[in-house]
Design a protein around this ligand. Structure first.
Ligand code: ATP
Ligand code: MG
Length: 556
C-alpha cells in the first residue's frame, strides 16, 4: 500500500481540497464525474466516482454527473442510461446536476469565435495527416501551418460555414494559435473543432462540427463552477492547455485540474475499447457478463456496491501509477459478504449417498442457522432422508494421510445433521464411484455423539428427494496473464473463464428471493442470475471462499 492510502481516508487530493477551503481560495467544493457515453463503466471508473462524489460528500459540496458527449460516432443512449444506473447503484446521487457537454455546444461555439476574434484561433485546411506530420516530435519543434495567418474575417467566415455543414468530414479544423515550438506537444496549435457530419444522440443533426475533448472539458467545468477538476494522470500534459483556454476566455469561473493515478488490476483490462471488443467480438455474453470488470458485470456476479466502495477506499489515491492485485479485490468482496450473506447448502458435483439404516419412505427436518454470527437472521428447516447428495470431492476411496473427509469405513459429520459412516462403495462398469452406501447414528442428531466420540470432518449435503437442480456458473479469471496486453487481448482470454455445472440446491434456495449473494457453505458466495426461470434457477459464483487465483494462474 502507498503512503497516501495508509493515512486512513486522506490522500493528496483531499489535502488540496481541505487546504483550499481552509485558506478561503474556494468557498465550497464542486466536483464532477465526466464519463464519455461510449461504453459501460468499469472498476476504474468506480475509483473516480468514489473520489469525486466522496470528496463532495465529505466536504459538504456537490458532485455533478456530466456526460462528455462530444464524439457522436461512438456514443449511444444505451450507454447514457447504463452509466446513470451504475453510478446510482454504486451509491451516489448527483441530485439536479445531470449535465451534458452537448448542452454547452452553443456557448462553446461562441467562445471559439471569441478566440478567433482575439487572434488566438484559426481555421486550418490541412488534412489530418498533414497536421500530424507538421506537429514535430518530443525533440523537434513543429512547423507553422500555411493557414495560420488567415485574417479574423476569413476565419470567422470559414468557421461559420463549417458549422453550417458546407464541408465534408475532415476538410478543415479549427486550431488554437499557441506555439508550434512548445516543449509540450499539446500546446502546438491543438485542434479545437473538427467537422463531423454525424447524428448526435441529443442534438440530432444540429451540428456539423464538434469540439475536441480539450476544448470542451475545461470550459464545461467553468460553466458548472467546478472547483476541483479531478482526472487521471494521462491528462497531466493537457493541463497547460486546460489553463490556456480558461485564461483566454471570458469564463464564469476558474476551475483547476488535478491528476491522480488510474486504477489497474492484474488479470484485468480496464479500457472501454477492449471491453467493447469483448462484447462485440462475442467473447462474453454482453456488457453485464459476470466476467466483465464493468459495474454491470460485477453487480450481476453478486458483488455488493459496498465492497466496491471499500476496495476503492483501501487502494487509496496516489500520484504514481501502479497495479493492484485482483486477489485484493476478492479479499474485500469476501470480507464484506461474510458479514451479511445468508448461508445455504448446495452440492455442485453430486455423489449419491444411501443411508441403509434410515427407513425407506421416511423423512424429517433438521434445524440450520442462517448465519453463524448473526442470530437475527434466524434459522430454517432442511429436509433429511434416506438418500442424499454429497460433494464428490469430499470422498476418496484411497485417501492420503491428510484427507479427513469421507472414505471407506470412515465416520464424518453431516452439517446440521448426523454422523454417517461409509460402508460400501458402488461403482459403474467404467470403475467410477457412483454411490456410497452408509449408515447413520440416530443418537448423533444435532451433530454430537452422546458417548463423546469425535469425527475429523463436517461435510455439506442435500437431501436427494427435495434437492432442486440448478445451473451454476463458475467464473474464473477472464485473462490468463497477470498483465494482459490490450492490443492482443483476444489471444489471452482464459478458455476456462466460465464453467457451467448442474448443482443440487437445498430447497430453500429455489424460493429464497435474496437481492445479493448467498454463501453456499464451504464453496463460496453465489447469487441468482437474471436468466433464472420458475423452477429453473441459475446461480453465478461471485467469489470462492478461498483464494484460488494462484492455482488458476499456473494452470492457465
Ligand atoms: P477508458 O480508458 O476505459 O476508455 P476513459 O478515461 O476514456 O476510460 P471516460 O469515460 O473518459 O473513460 O472516464 C471518465 C472518468 O473516469 C475520467 O475522469 C477518467 O479519468 C476516469 N477513469 C477512467 N478509467 C479510470 C481508471 N482505470 N482509474 C481511475 N479513473 C479512471
Ligand atoms: Mg476518455
Amino acid at each position: 500500500m502507498t503512503d497516501e492510502s495508509s493515512n486512513a481516508g486522506r490522500d493528496f487530493i483531499r489535502d488540496i481540497v481541505a487546504a483550499d477551503l481552509a485558506s478561503g481560495r474556494e468557498k465550497g467544493v464542486v466536483t464532477r464525474f465526466p464519463p464519455e457515453p461510449n461504453g459501460y463503466l468499469h472498476l476504474g471508473h468506480a475509483k473516480s466516482i468514489c473520489l469525486n462524489f466522496g470528496i463532495a460528500e465529505e466536504f459538504g459540496g456537490r458532485c455533478h454527473l456530466r456526460f462528455d458527449d462530444t464524439n457522436p460516432t461512438k456514443e449511444e443512449q444505451e450507454y447514457i442510461d447504463a452509466i446513470e444506473r451504475d453510478v446510482r447503484w454504486l451509491g451516489f446521487d448527483w441530485g439536479e446536476h445531470l449535465h451534458f457537454a452537448s448542452d454547452y455546444f452553443e456557448q462553446l461555439y461562441a467562445w471559439a469565435q471569441h478566440l478567433i476574434r482575439t487572434g488566438k484561433a484559426y481555421v486550418d485546411d490541412q488534412t489530418q495527416e498533414e497536421i500530424r506530420l507538421t506537429r514535430g516530435t518530443l525533440t523537434e519543434p513543429g512547423q507553422n501551418s500555411p493557414f495560420r495567418d488567415r485574417s479574423v474575417e476569413e476565419n470567422l467566415d470559414l468557421f461559420t460555414r463549417m458549422r453550417a455543414g458546407e464541408f465534408p468530414n475532415g476538410a478543415r479544423v479549427l486550431r488554437a494559435k499557441i506555439d508550434m515550438t512548445s516543449g509540450n506537444i499539446n500546446l502546438r496549435d491543438p485542434v479545437l473543432y473538427r467537422i463531423l457530419n454525424a447524428h448526435h444522440p441529443r442534438t440530432g443533426n444540429t451540428w456539423h462540427i464538434y469540439p475536441s475533448y480539450d476544448f470542451a472539458h475545461g470550459q464545461s467545468d467553468a460553466i458548472e463552477h467546478i472547483t476541483h477538476s479531478i482526472c487521471t494522470l494521462e491528462f497531466e500534459d493537457h493541463r497547460p492547455l486546460y489553463d490556456w483556454c480558461l485564461e483566454n476566455l471570458p469564463v464564469p469561473s476558474r476551475p483547476h485540474q488535478y491528476e491522480f493515478a488510474r486504477l489497474n488490476v492484474t488479470y484485468t483490462l480496464l479500457s472501454k475499447r477492449v471491453l467493447n471488443g469483448l462484447v462485440h467480438g462475442g467473447h462474453v455474453s454482453g456488457w453485464d457478463d459476470p466476467r466483465m470488470p464493468t459495474l454491470a458485470g460485477l453487480q450481476r456476479r453478486g458483488i455488493p456496491a459496498e465492497a466496491l466502495r471499500e476496495f476503492v477506499k483501501r487502494i487509496g489515491v496516489a500520484k504514481a501509477n501502479s497495479t493492484v492485485d485482483i486477489g485484493m479485490f476478492d479479499f474485500v468482496v469476501r470480507e464484506v459478504l461474510n458479514k451479511t450473506a445468508p448461508r445455504r447448502m448446495a452440492v455442485l458435483n453430486p455423489l449419491k449417498v444411501v443411508i441403509e439404516n434410515y427407513p425407506e419412505g421416511q423423512s424429517e427436518t433438521l434445524e440450520a442457522v442462517n448465519h453463524p454470527d448473526d442470530p437475527l437472521q434466524g434459522s430454517r428447516r432442511i429436509p433429511f432422508g434416506r438418500e442424499l447428495y454429497i460433494e464428490r470431492d469430499d470422498f476418496m476411496e484411497d485417501p492420503p494421510k491428510k484427507f479427513f473427509r469421507m472414505a471407506p469405513g470412515r465416520e464424518v459429520r453431516l452439517r446440521y445433521g448426523y454422523f454417517i459412516t461409509c460402508r460400501e462403495v458402488i461403482k459403474n462398469a467404467a470403475g467410477e464411484v457412483v454411490e456410497l452406501r452408509c449408515t447413520y447414528d440416530p443418537a448423533t442428531k444435532g451433530g454430537n455423539a452422546p458417548d463423546g466420540r469425535k469425527v475429523k470432518a463436517t461435510i455439506h449435503w442435500v437431501s436427494a428427494a427435495e434437492a432442486v437442480p440448478a445451473e451454476v456458473r463458475l467464473y474464473n479469471l477472464l485473462f490468463t496473464t497477470p498483465q494482459p496486453d490490450a492490443a492482443n487481448f483476444a489471444a489471452q482470454i482464459n478458455p476456462g473463464s466460465l464453467e457451467t455445472v448442474t448443482g443440487m440446491l437445498e430447497p430453500a434456495l429455489a424460493s429464497d428471493n435474496f437481492e445479493g449473494a448467498i454463501q453456499f457453505e464451504r464453496q463460496g458466495y453465489f447469487c441468482r442470475d437474471k436468466d433464472s426461470a420458475p423452477g429453473k434457477p441459475v446461480f453465478n459464483r461471485t467469489v470462492g471462499l478461498r483464494d484460488t487465483w494462484a492455482k488458476v494462474s499456473t494452470t492457465g
